[in-house]
Design a protein around this ligand. Structure first.
Ligand code: OAD
Length: 249
């Protein structure tokens, strides 16, 4: 076994306050493609053409048809994997308090985590841009594109497009948590989209141990992370949970 897994298990059982920040990589083993890297969405789509708020406002039918419809199909079917379940187990044991996620897929809540900050919003909720009426994603049929509200307004997902502000509350809480945790787990993020990318820096500067889980090195590795569990999140988390169980017995 990777000696860093044994080290992480020991660090986790001794910590008082743990937070996790997750990105698209944690959901790869659930069948959801990441944004960057091999098979990433931004390999096929220009984010400025499909994921910028101006693109959505100018051509909502195009963004729904090309990007959002496909994401809805994949997310409607996706189930949490062992990495999500591992974080839920860490919460049940009382080690982990909060998950800050850049993901919009709702899989942390589906796995059982109860305090999840959806930093970039959620794809589970949509709302009418005219009357603000809310719709769950399952209530939306894509018989007409873009989907329309009963009032005739265009419906959009409640996630943050490029060019939009991150909700203030998400920023305040996330940095407050980063500054007060003993350990921050950084799982499946390329750590290049700001301001989420600097949340681990903030934890590091405040004295937390930063543990990365990622099959690749990132801009955080060595500079901010104390060490990395180098591999797919589900696989690494299965081993980590097994090791913690052994320590607890
Ligand atoms: P990225 O797609 O940028 O990065 C995915 C990361 O996951 C990479 O570091 C991969 O090495 C890693 N990875 C791949 N497979 C993995 C696996 N099985 N287990 C663990 N890690 C794996 O995703 P994010 O960092 O989440 O923003 O991207 C940040 C933001 O950029 C997203 O929230 C989205 C996007 O544009 C908005 O939509 C506003």
């Amino acid at each position: 076994m990777d000696t860093n897994i044994i080290k992480a298990a020991k660090d986790i059982v001794q910590a008082k306050k743990i937070a996790a920040i997750t990105g698209a990589g944690i959901s790869v083993e659930s069948g959801i493609p990441p944004f960057r890297g091999k098979g990433g969405l931004w390999e096929s789509f220009d984010p400025m053409e499909y994921a910028h708020i101006d693109a959505f406002m100018n051509h909502p039918e195009k963004v729904w048809d090309v990007l959002l419809k496909g994401m809805k199909d994949i997310m409607d079917r996706a189930k949490p994997n062992d990495a999500h379940f591992g974080l839920a187990q860490l919460e049940k044991w009382g080690y982990l308090q909060t998950v800050i996620t850049q993901n919009v897929d709702g899989l942390h809540q589906a796995a059982g985590n109860t305090d999840v900050i959806e930093f970039h919003g959620t794809f589970a909720i949509n709302y009418c841009m005219d009357c603000q009426k809310k719709y769950t994603m399952s209530e939306i049929t894509l018989d007409q594109i873009p989907p329309k509200c009963t009032c005739g307004g265009i419906i959009r997902p409640d996630c943050v497009f490029f060019g939009e502000q991150i909700p203030h509350e998400n920023i305040m809480r996330s940095f407050e948590i980063a500054q007060t945790c003993d350990i921050m787990l950084v799982i499946g993020t390329s750590a290049i989209v700001h301001p989420a990318a600097i949340i681990p820096d903030s934890a590091h500067q405040s004295g937390a141990t930063v543990i990365e889980i990622n099959p690749e090195f990132t801009p955080l590795t060595d500079r901010v992370s104390n060490y990395i569990l180098k591999g797919p999140a589900g696989q690494m988390m299965r081993q980590l949970i097994a090791e913690i169980k052994t320590i607890r017995e």
